[in-house]
Every structure is written in structure tokens, then in C-alpha cells.
Design a protein around this ligand. Structure first.
Ligand SMILES: [Zn+2]
Length: 195
């Protein structure tokens, strides 16, 4: 309801952001509702992949508006970066959903985080565009996601690592949403500097 659907030129940004916010909760709820299924290991692994798939989608779809807005004034670089991120993410999703260990699963997300981090650096030190208020929110978003991703197996005597991961992911999505709203409000009045 807080997405400014009618006020932005590129509606795809709103659609992608909307899906990014809703995919992880949806996929994770399906997995956790049916994780007591008696179908055996095959059914369980498929459902667990769905759980990971939701987390992969927020990593992939959630970053596309950030890439678009950061490189707003460089159309050629923007298209290339979007395409590269989508292709590498598709490969990362394949790795994450087929990984047999938590470490391998984590590695699939690392380069995505690295890609976003270089965009943040471009906003701070280069000529990357974007609302001055959104960067702080995106950095908190990735810090929460990083904290959630690094918890597997560490908190299973006191607490539950997997639950902590999901809580961190939800908090991180809220920051993604706040940051993207800042950028969408900002983009309405921004003009790229003339060459
Ligand atoms: Zn889960």
C-alpha cells in the first residue's frame, strides 16, 4: 500500500520491489507449514529449496531497483549491470538451492552482497545517483542480512539459528522497503546532470 505505483515512470521498479518483499515470506511459510510432510527426504529437500529460493529472490529482485537508480544517469552501464546481476543471480540461485552444506549455500550469496557493496561505494565516492537518505537504510539492510546469513549452526543450543535467520531476513526486507521508498520519492524530482 505504501508503494507509489502511479507516481513513478518505470512501473517495473514497483512490481519487482513488491515481489521482492513478498516472495521470501510466502516461500518460507510454505516450507515451514509442510516440513512435517511424511513424503521423506525428497519432499523435504524440495521444500527446503523453496525456503532458500524465497531468500534468493529478495536478494535478486530487491537489488534491481537499487542498481537502476544508482546508475540512473549511465544508461548503457545500467543495462549491462542489470543483465549481469540477473544472469549471475540465476546461477547463484541454482547453487543455493542445490547446495548440500550451509557454507556452500552462503557462498552463493556472497558475490551478490559484493555487487551491492560496490554500488554503495559508487554512491558514496563516485557519481552514483540515489536519495541521500536511502544509503544508510540499505547498509543496515545488508548488515542484518549478513548477520542472519552467518548464524547457521551457531545458536542451536540457545535459540534456533534458522529462526534467527528468518527474523533477520524480515527485518532486512523492512529496511529494503524503506530505502526503496526513499529512492522512489527522490527519483521524481531528480534530473541527470547535462554532459
Ligand atoms: Zn526457513
Amino acid at each position: 500500500f505504501s508503494i507509489p505505483w502511479m507516481e513513478v515512470d518505470s512501473v517495473w521498479i514497483c512490481v519487482v520491489h513488491y515481489l521482492a518483499c513478498l516472495c521470501p515470506p510466502w516461500a518460507s511459510v510454505v516450507y515451514h507449514v509442510f516440513m512435517n510432510h511424511v513424503g521423506g527426504e525428497h519432499v523435504y529437500d524440495t521444500l527446503l529449496s523453496l525456503d532458500m529460493f524465497g531468500v534468493c529472490l529478495v536478494n535478486t529482485l530487491g537489488a534491481l531497483p537499487i542498481i537502476h537508480i544508482t546508475l540512473l544517469c549511465y544508461p548503457a552501464m545500467r543495462q549491462t549491470a542489470l543483465l549481469a546481476y540477473i544472469l549471475l543471480s540465476a546461477y547463484g540461485i541454482y547453487l543455493a538451492t542445490t547446495a548440500r552444506t550451509n557454507i556452500l549455500r552462503l557462498q552463493a550469496f556472497l558475490w551478490q552482497a559484493g555487487f551491492r557493496f560496490s554500488l554503495f561505494l559508487f554512491r558514496v565516492f563516485g557519481s552514483g545517483a540515489g536519495s541521500p537518505n536511502s544509503l544508510r537504510l540499505f547498509v543496515i539492510m545488508d548488515s542484518l542480512a549478513g548477520a542472519g546469513a552467518s548464524s547457521p549452526g551457531l545458536f542451536d543450543n540457545w535459540g534456533n539459528s534458522h529462526q534467527i535467520m528468518h527474523v533477520m531476513v524480515i527485518c532486512s526486507i523492512i529496511y529494503l522497503h524503506w530505502g526503496t521508498l526513499e529512492d522512489l520519492a527522490w527519483i521524481k524530482t531528480y534530473q541527470c546532470p547535462a554532459e
